[in-house]
Design a protein around this ligand. Structure first.
Ligand SMILES: C[S@@+](CC[C@H](N)C(=O)[O-])C[C@H]1O[C@@H](n2cnc3c(N)ncnc32)[C@H](O)[C@@H]1O
Length: 214
C-alpha cells in the first residue's frame, strides 16, 4: 500500500528531484526495461529515424532507441532537471557523438517544430501529463505525416494487478490519470490519430497504445 500512497515515492516518479530522484531514476532504468522492450517490439524503428522520447527519465529508452536509429537522431525531453542530467549521463557517448540530445521541458509545450519526428515514445509517463487530451495533440503536432506515437505503461485502469488497483484507489492523491483500454483508444482517436491499436498483457497489467498521424 505504501508504494502508491506514499507521497515521496510517487512524486519522485512524477518529477524526480535531488539525490533521491537520482536513485529513483537509476532504479527505473532497470525496472522499466522489460516493459519498454515489450512495447518497442510493436513498432518498426528504421535506421534513419528521428525519434523523441517524452518523459525520458533516466535515459535507458534513449539508449535503446539510439542503438536502433544508428543513422538518425534521438531526442529526449523531461520536465525534471534531474532526469535530464541522468539521461545525459546514461547516454554520454551518444550525446558526445551528437546522436542524442536531451531537453528540459514539458510535453505540453514541446520545443520542436511541427512534423519533425518519425516516432515519439512515452514510457511510464503519460499518466502524469497535466492535460492528457491536449498533450496528445502537442505530440501529434511534432510528428511527421505517417509518424507514430507509442505510449507504454505497466499500469492501466481495470487491470487486475495489485499495483493497478492501488494506483486507481489513490488517483485523487497522486494526480495520475489512469485510463482503461477503450479510454486509451478514444484518447488517441480524439487527438486525431488513425490506425489506433491498444494491447494489454493481462497477467502483468502492462499496456501499449499506438496511433499514426494521418
Ligand atoms: C515514472 S518516470 C519514467 C521515466 C522513463 N520513461 C522510464 O521508463 O524509466 C516518469 C517521467 O516522466 C516525466 N514527466 C512527468 N510529467 C511530465 C511532463 N508533463 N512533461 C515532461 N516530462 C514529464 C517525469 O519527470 C519522469 O522522469
Amino acid at each position: 500500500m505504501r508504494t502508491i500512497a506514499s507521497g515521496g515515492r510517487v512524486s519522485q516518479c512524477q518529477e524526480p528531484r535531488g539525490w533521491l530522484g537520482r536513485l529513483a531514476l537509476w532504479n527505473m532504468n532497470s525496472r522499466h526495461s522489460k516493459v519498454t522492450d515489450w512495447g518497442l517490439g510493436q513498432v518498426s524503428i528504421e535506421k534513419q529515424y528521428t525519434i523523441l522520447d517524452v518523459g525520458c527519465g533516466g535515459g535507458r529508452t534513449l539508449s535503446k532507441l539510439a542503438a536502433k536509429a544508428t543513422q538518425g537522431k534521438v531526442y529526449g525531453i523531461d520536465h525534471s532537471e534531474q532526469s535530464v542530467a541522468v539521461s545525459k549521463r546514461t547516454n554520454a557517448r551518444g550525446v558526445n557523438e551528437g546522436r542524442v540530445e536531451v531537453y528540459h521541458g514539458s510535453v505540453s509545450q514541446l520545443p520542436f517544430p511541427a512534423g519533425m519526428f518519425d516516432l515519439v515514445t512515452a514510457v511510464e509517463t503519460h499518466f502524469w501529463w497535466p492535460n492528457l487530451p491536449m498533450d496528445m495533440r502537442e505530440v501529434f503536432r511534432v510528428l511527421k505525416t505517417g509518424g507514430k506515437l507509442i505510449v507504454i505503461a505497466e499500469v492501466y485502469k481495470e487491470a487486475s494487478t495489485t499495483v493497478a488497483k492501488l494506483a486507481e484507489k489513490y488517483t485523487s492523491r497522486t494526480g495520475m490519470t489512469l485510463l482503461g483500454v477503450d479510454q486509451h483508444r478514444e484518447l488517441f482517436a480524439e487527438a486525431g490519430y488513425s490506425d489506433v491499436q491498444v494491447t494489454v498483457e493481462r497477467d502483468k497489467g502492462w499496456i501499449w497504445g499506438i496511433g499514426t498521424k494521418p
